[in-house]
Ligand binder design. Structure first.
Ligand code: ADP
Ligand code: ADP
Ligand code: ZN
Ligand code: ZN
Length: 758
C-alpha cells in the first residue's frame, strides 16, 4: 500500500456486488460516482468508504467506551486507507420536531440573535433572550412552539335537547357530565339548550371551577362545577397527550385543534424579545420573511456596530439563495421540507462550518432542482472543496457530472453484471469513452411531436394552498402530463395537496419507504414470498408458515433478520451479521426442505433475473404464472438486479418508487401521480422508465408526473409549468400545452431549459 496521503486508497473492495474494486480518489477534489442504478455506486461510497470511516471513528474511542459499542465489521475489502472524518449529506428528512426550523438547522438563527443582542432597540439582553429554544427567550404561553392546542367544540352539545334529555354529547365523559350539570342546580334541566341565554351557555361551556353541593340519591355531596370546555381542556389539553390511553387519544383527537398561540401569535418568543427591533422589525418578522427578501434587508444594514455581523449573516443567507432555497423562510419547520430541500439545508450548514479536511459525501444532490439551479449547486460544491475538503458525489445528472474534477463510472451493468470501475478520469475523456454513461451524456430523447389526445379533463379549481394564487386548471385524462417549475413554484402543493385529495382513484407512487417491518424484502412486498412458501410447503408436505421470517422456522438469534441491529444513542445505529444462521435467516432444519433443489434461503439470494431463469424455465413454470408475473413486473421497472431477500430498508428512494410501480403495473383505470421518478436513475434507464409510463397510459390510465428531467419533459403529451419563480414569486400557471409549444415560451424557465439556455 502506498503512503501517498493525497489520495484515498481502496484495494479489493467486495461489498455486495463489487468485484475486487481498486480506486485512488484524489483528496481536496470533487469526485463523482455514476453508473446505472444497481451498478454498485452506493456499495463503494456508502457501504465501503463511509462505513469504514465510521468504524475508524469507533476505533478512536477508549477501550472502555468500545466495550459498550457493537463490533462493527470491517467492510469487505483488502485495504482502505487515508480516510478523513466523513460527513454524509443525504436526503433523509431533518427531524427535530417543532423546535427545528430552517434557521436553526442552518445555524443562521444564532447570528440573527447576536445581531439583535448587539444593536436591537430597546436593548433586551444576551442573545439567548431571542431564542425560542431557550427558557429565557421562549413565549411562556406556548413554550416556544408558537402553536397551542385548542378545543373544537362542534358536536359537544345537541342544541335541540335539554340537559335532562342528555344534551351534553362530549365524548368520553358525556354520561357523568349530564348528571353533574343537571345536579348543579345552575340550570333549568328541562329547558332546551336552543332556548338558553348567552349567559347560561357561557356558564355551561366556559365557567371556571366552583364548588357546589350536589344531591345524589338524596345525599349532599361536595362537588366541583366547571364549564365543559374548561373541563375538557384540563383533562386532555393541559396534560401530555401521550399519557392518555390510545383509545382515549383516538376519541379525543377529532375535538382538538392546533391554532396560533394567543400570546405570541405564532412568533414563539417572549414579549420582551418581540419588542426589540432593528429598523422597525423584530426578529420574528425577519424569520418570517422569505430569504430572498431577507438578504437585501440584511445587506442594507449599516453602522459600525452591525457591519461585520451583518456581513457574515448575508454570506450565510446568500448560500441559501445560491442553492435555490431563497423561497423558504427561516421560521419554516424542517419537518415540512422535502428530501431534496432537507439535503440542501444540510449543505448550507456545512458551507458555514469552519471544519477542513472533511470527507463530504452527497447522494444525488440534484434531486428536486430545476436545471436553472443546478449550476449554482456546482458553485457550492466547489466552495466546499476549496475550503480544503474532499467531496464525493453520487449523481446521474449530466450537468452535475460536468462540474466534477474526477469521475468514476461504475458498471458495466447492474447487480452481478456490474460491480467494476469501467472508467476513471475527466469529463472530456468520459465523453469519448464507450461506457453507457459516456454514450448517453450527449444523447437526448426526442421532443414529442404528436401527443396523445386527452379523453377528458380532471379539474382543479381555485387552489390556494401555500403559495398557489387561486389556480384553476384542468389536467387532461388518458395522457401523460408532466408538471414542471423551479423548486418552490408550487408543484407539490398543487398536485399532492389539491389534485390528489380531490381526484377519485388517484394513486400516488412516491419515494417514501416501503414496508414498515425490517423483515420486509422485495419478495414479501410483491407477494412473491407467499407464492414461494406455498410451493415449498406443497413440495415437502409441510406447513407454509414454516417459511415465514416471523414463524418458528426463523433463526431464533436474529428473529429472521439475518443481522443484528444495535441502536446507539449518540451515533447512527449499526448492524452486524447473525453468527447463528450466517445471514440465512432460517433454522437449519427449514433449509433442508427444497423446491427443485433449492431452499427458501437459496431463492432469497437470487436476483430478479436469476429467479426468473430458475423458476420460469422448467416444467413447473406453467403452474406458477402469477409468481412469474410479479417477477416480470420487477424486471420491467428496471429492478432486474435486485436480490429477492434484500431488506427493503436498504433500497433507495428511487428503487422504492419503482417497486411500488411494479405492483401497480397491471391495474387499469386509475390516475397515477409520480414525484420525480427519475431519482436514482441513470440516463440509460430513463427511456426504460418512459416505456413503463407510456404502457400505463396506453392501457387507459392517466399519468401525472412531477419532474425536472428534460428527457421526461420532452416525452410528455402535455406540460403544466408553474412559476414564474419560487415562493411568493411563484404559484401561477405559466404555461399549459404540448412540449413543442413550451419550447417557444419566453417567460418560462422550463422553456428556457428546453432551449438549452442554462
Ligand atoms: P447503485 O448505488 O449503483 O444503485 P448499489 O451499490 O446500491 O448500486 O447496489 C449494487 C448491487 O448490490 C445491487 O445488485 C443491489 O441489489 C445489491 N445490494 C445493495 N445493497 C444490498 C444489501 N444490503 N443486501 C444485498 N444486496 C445489496
Ligand atoms: P415545489 O413542489 O414546486 O418545489 P412546493 O409546493 O413544495 O413547491 O412549495 C410552494 C411554496 O409553498 C413554497 O414557497 C414553499 O415554501 C411553501 N410551502 C410548501 N409546503 C409548506 C408547508 N408545509 N408550510 C409552509 N409553507 C410551505
Ligand atoms: Zn406563544
Ligand atoms: Zn440468524
Amino acid at each position: 500500500m502506498s503512503t501517498d496521503i493525497e489520495h484515498i486508497e481502496i484495494r479489493g473492495a467486495r461489498e455486495n456486488n463489487l468485484r475486487e474494486v481498486n480506486l485512488r480518489i484524489p483528496k481536496r477534489k470533487i469526485t463523482l460516482f455514476t453508473g446505472v442504478s444497481g451498478s454498485g455506486k452506493s456499495s463503494i461510497v456508502f457501504d465501503t468508504i463511509a462505513a469504514e470511516a465510521q468504524r475508524q471513528l469507533f476505533e478512536n474511542f477508549s477501550l472502555f467506551v468500545r466495550n459498550f459499542l457493537p463490533k462493527v465489521p470491517q467492510p469487505a475489502a483488502d485495504a482502505i486507507a487515508n480516510l478523513n472524518m466523513a460527513v454524509i449529506v443525504d436526503q433523509k428528512r431533518l427531524g427535530g420536531g417543532s423546535h427545528s426550523t430552517v434557521g436553526t438547522a442552518t445555524d443562521i438563527n444564532p447570528l440573527l440573535r447576536l445581531l439583535f443582542s448587539r444593536v436591537g432597540q430597546p436593548h433586551v439582553g444576551y442573545s439567548n433572550q431571542f431564542s425560542f429554544n431557550d427558557p429565557q427567550g421562549m413565549c411562556p404561553e406556548c413554550n416556544g412552539i408558537g402553536q397551542k392546542l385548542g378545543v373544537k367544540a362542534d358536536g359537544f352539545l345537541d342544541m335541540s335537547k335539554s340537559l335532562a334529555e342528555g344534551a351534553v354529547q362530549v365524548p368520553v365523559f358525556a354520561k357523568w357530565e349530564n348528571a353533574m350539570y343537571a345536579a348543579s342546580g345552575f340550570f333549568d334541566v328541562n329547558k332546551k339548550l336552543s332556548e338558553f341565554t348567552k349567559e347560561e351557555l357561557d356558564l355551561l361551556l366556559y365557567a371556571s371551577p366552583r364548588k357546589f353541593k350536589a344531591k345524589f340519591n338524596g345525599n349532599d355531596m361536595n362537588a366541583t362545577y366547571m364549564g365543559i370546555i374548561e373541563k375538557f381542556t384540563r383533562a386532555y389539553i393541559k396534560r401530555d397527550l401521550k399519557t392518555l390511553s390510545p383509545r382515549t387519544q383516538k376519541t379525543v383527537a377529532p375535538y382538538l385543534t392546533m391554532g396560533p398561540c394567543p400570546l405570541c401569535k405564532g412568533a414563539r418568543l417572549s414579549q420582551a424579545a418581540l419588542g426589540c427591533k432593528i429598523q422597525g422589525k423584530n426578529i420574528a418578522e425577519l424569520t418570517a420573511m422569505e430569504v430572498d427578501e431577507l438578504l437585501p434587508w440584511v445587506k442594507s444594514l449599516e453602522g459600525a456596530a452591525a457591519a461585520p455581523l451583518a456581513k457574515t449573516l448575508a454570506e450565510r443567507l446568500g448560500h441559501v439563495v445560491d442553492i435555490g432555497l431563497g423561497y423558504l423562510s427561516l421560521d419554516r419547520p424542517t419537518d415540512t421540507l422535502s428530501g431534496g430541500e432537507s439535503q440542501r439545508i444540510k449543505m448550507v450548514k456545512h458551507l458555514g462550518s469552519s471544519l477542513v479536511e472533511v470527507l463530504y459525501i452527497f447522494d444525488e444532490p440534484s434531486v428536486g432542482l430545476h436545471p436553472r439551479d443546478v449550476y449554482r449547486l456546482g458553485t457550492l460544491l466547489r466552495e466546499l472543496r476549496d475550503k480544503g475538503n474532499t467531496v464525493l458525489v453520487v449523481e446521474h445528472d449530466p450537468d452535475v457530472i460536468k462540474i466534477a474534477d474526477h469521475i468514476v463510472d461504475v458498471g458495466p451493468h447492474a447487480g452481478r453484471k456490474g460491480g467494476t470501475v469501467v472508467f476513471e478520469g475527466s469529463y472530456e475523456k468520459l465523453l469519448q469513452s464507450k461506457t453507457l454513461t459516456g454514450q448517453y451524456l450527449e444523447r437526448q430523447l426526442p421532443l414529442k411531436e404528436t401527443p396523445r389526445r386527452p379523453k377528458g379533463k380532471l379539474p382543479i379549481r381555485n387552489a390556494r394552498v401555500n403559495n398557489l394564487k387561486d389556480v384553476s386548471v384542468d389536467i387532461p385524462s388518458g395522457v401523460l402530463t408532466v408538471v414542471t417549475g423551479v423548486a418552490g413554484s408550487g408543484k407539490s402543493s398543487l398536485i399532492h395537496e389539491v389534485f390528489v385529495p380531490t381526484t377519485p382513484g388517484a394513486v400516488v407512487i412516491d419515494q417514501s419507504a416501503v414496508g414498515t417491518s425490517s423483515r420486509s424484502t422485495p419478495a414479501t412486498y410483491t407477494g412473491v414470498m407467499d407464492d414461494l412458501r406455498k410451493e415449498l410447503a406443497d413440495a415437502n408436505d409441510v406447513d407454509a408458515s414454516l417459511f415465514s421470517f416471523n414463524s418458528k422456522g426463523a433463526c431464533e438469534t436474529c428473529n429472521g433478520l439475518g443481522v443484528l441491529y444495535t441502536d446507539l444513542a449518540f451515533l447512527e445505529g449499526v448492524k452486524t451479521p447473525c453468527e447463528t444462521c450466517h445471514g440465512k435467516r432460517f433454522k437449519d432444519e427449514v433449509l433442508e426442505y427444497k423446491l427443485e433443489g433449492s431452499s427458501i434461503s437459496d431463492y432469497l439470494a437470487l436476483s430478479v433475473t436469476e429467479a426468473l431463469a430458475a423458476l420460469g424455465s422448467n416444467k413447473g413454470a406453467k403452474k406458477r404464472v402469477p409468481l412469474l408475473r410479479k417477477l416480470e413486473a420487477m424486471r420491467d421497472v428496471g429492478l432486474d438486479y435486485l436480490t429477492l431477500g434484500q431488506p427493503l430498508n436498504t433500497l433507495s428512494g428511487g428503487e422504492c418508487q419503482r417497486i411500488k410501480l411494479a405492483t401497480e403495473l397491471h391495474k387499469k383505470g386509475s390516475v397515477y401521480v409520480l414525484d420525480e421518478p427519475t431519482t436514482g436513475l441513470h440516463m440509460s434507464d430513463i427511456s426504460l422508465l418512459m416505456k413503463i409510463i407510456d404502457r400505463l397510459v396506453d392501457e387507459g390510465n392517466t399519468a401525472v408526473v412531477i419532474e425536472h428531467n428534460l428527457d421526461v419533459i420532452r416525452s410528455a403529451d402535455w406540460v403544466l409549468d408553474l412559476g414564474p419563480d419560487g415562493g411568493s414569486k411563484g404559484g401561477e400557471v405559466v404555461f399549459e400545452g404540448p412540449p413543442t409549444e413550451l419550447l417557444k415560451v419566453k417567460n418560462s424557465l422550463t422553456g428556457a431549459a428546453l432551449r438549452g439556455e442554462f
